[in-house]
Design a protein around this ligand. Structure first.
Ligand code: PLP
Length: 405
C-alpha cells in the first residue's frame, strides 16, 4: 500500500522545531545542564546562553534593551501577566480594561476572570474583515482605563490590526498598551518601537522553536506586578529557574526568523494567494478575514453546505492537516467566536477551513491541497443533510453584502 503523503497546513496551531534549533538545544539537556544563577563555570555557561538568547529575541523585535525581554512559558502566560500584572498594579487608580471580541482565549478568559474581581471590561467589536475600529477605541477609552490589549494579528482569520494607531490613542488617554503578537513575530516585521507598544506577547512554538517557552516584552519603565514570586529571576518579573534549553531554542528560532523573514514572507504570500484565488473559484465559498491586511501564511475559507469537522477528518485521511471554525465541546459543536464576530451565521462558520502555511510548505503541497479540498467539499456537499436548511441563511448573508470579498 502506498503511504499517504503528509501535508501540514496548521502552522498557526504550532510549528515543527527547526532542525538548527533542535541541534542548538540538545547540549543544554545533559552537558550544559547548569543553573544560570550559579557562579561556577557550569552555571555561567548557561547564563551566557541566556544572554545570547535575550539578545537574539531583542534584535528580532527591535527592543532597545535586553532588559525588556522577560522569558516565560509562552503566549498564555504572557497574556495573563500583561492583563493581571497591569490591572493589579493599578487597582487603586484604574479599574477598566479594553480588549476585542476576537482575542485568543488567553486574553478573553483572563478578562472574564478579572471582571469577577470588579474590573470593568469593554470588548470592542470588529467589522466584517475582523478589524477593530479606531473610533470605537476612542469612544471606549476613559481616564479609568488601565490597559488596552488588542492582538497584532488574529490566529483564525489572519487579519492584521492597526496596532501603531491604537497604541497612540491609548497613550494619549494615559493607559498602557499590550498586544498579543503570538501570530506575527517571525512572520511579518515586528518592531516594538515602531509599533509603540508597552507590552507584547511571543510564543516560541509558533516560530519553529520548542513548546512551553515564550517572552513578554516589557518596555522599560512600564509598571507591572509579577504573577510568579520566588527567587527573583527575570529581574523579579518571572521567578523560577530558567528553562535554559527552551530559551536557547527560542533564541535560535528568533535568529533564524530574522534571517529568513523577507524571503519567507514573500514565498508564503504567493502560496497563500494561490490558495485563496483558486478556492474562491469553487462555488459557494467566501474568504474570511481581510484580503490584504492579512498574515502571509493564512487562508481561511468558508465552504457553504459543508460541516467543518467532517471536512477535517476527510482531509486527515488524505494526509492534510488543517483546522476548522468549529470546536467540538463536550455537548455541542460551537462555532468560532471570531467567525461569529465578523458576522457569519453559525452554519457558515461551521464550514470554514483554516490553512496555515509554514517554512517547509512546498508548491507541491499547495497543488495537492488544491486538488484534494475541492474533491472533499464536493463529496460532502452531495451528502449534506442541511443544505436545504442553510440555503435561506446563505441568501440572507448575500443580501447583507457579506459575500463580496
Ligand atoms: C493569538 C494567540 N495568543 C496566544 C496563544 C497561546 O500561546 P501558547 O500556546 O504559547 O500558550 C496562541 C496559541 O494558539 C495564539 O494563537
Amino acid at each position: 500500500m502506498s503511504e499517504v503523503r503528509r501535508v501540514y497546513m496548521d502552522n498557526s496551531a504550532t510549528t515543527p522545531v527547526d532542525p538548527e534549533v533542535k541541534e542548538e538545544m540538545m547540549r543544554f539537556f545533559s552537558e550544559e545542564y547548569g543553573n544560570a544563577s550559579q557562579m561556577y563555570s557550569l552555571g555561567q555557561n548557561a547564563n551566557v546562553a541566556l544572554i545570547l538568547a535575550r539578545e537574539r529575541v531583542a534584535s528580532l523585535i527591535g527592543a532597545k534593551s535586553t532588559n525588556e525581554i522577560i522569558f516565560n512559558s509562552g503566549g498564555t502566560e504572557g497574556d495573563n501577566t500583561a492583563l493581571k500584572g497591569i490591572v493589579l498594579n493599578r487597582k487603586n487608580e484604574k479599574k477598566h480594561l479594553i480588549t476585542s471580541e476576537i482575542e485568543h482565549p488567553a486574553i478573553l478568559n483572563t478578562s472574564k476572570y478579572l471582571e469577577k474581581s470588579g474590573i470593568k471590561v469593554t470588548y470592542l467589536p470588529v467589522d466584517e474583515f475582523g478589524l477593530v475600529s479606531l473610533e470605537d477605541l476612542k469612544n471606549a477609552i476613559t481616564k479609568e482605563t488601565a490597559l488596552v490589549s488588542i492582538m497584532h494579528a488574529n490566529n483564525e482569520i489572519g487579519t492584521i490590526e492597526p496596532i501603531k494607531e491604537m497604541a497612540e490613542i491609548t497613550h494619549d488617554a494615559g493607559a498602557v498598551f499590550h498586544t498579543d503578537a503570538v501570530q506575527t513575530v517571525g512572520k511579518i516585521p515586528v518592531d516594538v518601537e515602531e509599533l509603540g507598544v508597552d507590552l507584547l506577547s511571543i510564543s516560541s512554538h509558533k516560530l519553529y522553536g520548542p513548546k512551553g517557552v515564550g517572552v513578554l516584552y516589557k518596555k522599560q519603565g512600564t509598571r507591572l506586578e509579577p504573577l510568579m514570586h520566588g527567587g527573583g529571576h527575570e529581574k523579579g518579573f518571572r521567578s523560577g529557574t530558567e528553562n535554559i534549553s527552551g530559551i536557547v531554542g527560542l533564541g535560535k528560532a528568533a535568529e533564524l526568523a530574522e534571517k529568513h523573514l523577507p524571503q519567507e514572507q514573500a514565498k508564503l504570500t504567493k502560496m497563500r494567494d494561490k490558495l485563496i484565488d483558486q478556492f474562491l473559484k469553487v462555488k459557494d465559498t467566501r474568504l474570511n478575514g481581510h484580503r490584504t491586511k492579512r498574515l502571509p501564511h493564512n487562508a481561511n475559507i468558508s465552504f457553504k453546505y459543508v460541516e467543518g469537522e467532517a471536512m477535517i477528518l476527510r482531509l486527515d485521511a488524505q494526509g492534510i492537516y488543517a483546522s476548522t471554525g468549529s470546536a467540538c465541546s463536550t455537548k455541542k459543536l460551537s462555532a468560532s467566536h471570531v467567525l461569529l464576530a465578523i458576522g457569519l451565521r453559525p452554519e457558515i462558520a461551521h464550514g470554514s477551513l483554516r490553512l496555515t502555511l509554514g517554512r517547509w510548505t512546498t508548491d507541491d503541497d499547495i497543488d495537492y491541497t488544491l486538488k484534494v479540498v475541492p474533491e472533499v467539499v464536493k463529496d460532502l456537499r452531495e451528502m449534506s443533510a442541511y443544505r436545504k436548511d442553510t440555503e435561506e441563511f446563505v441568501m440572507s448573508l448575500k443580501d447583507e453584502g457579506h459575500d463580496d470579498h
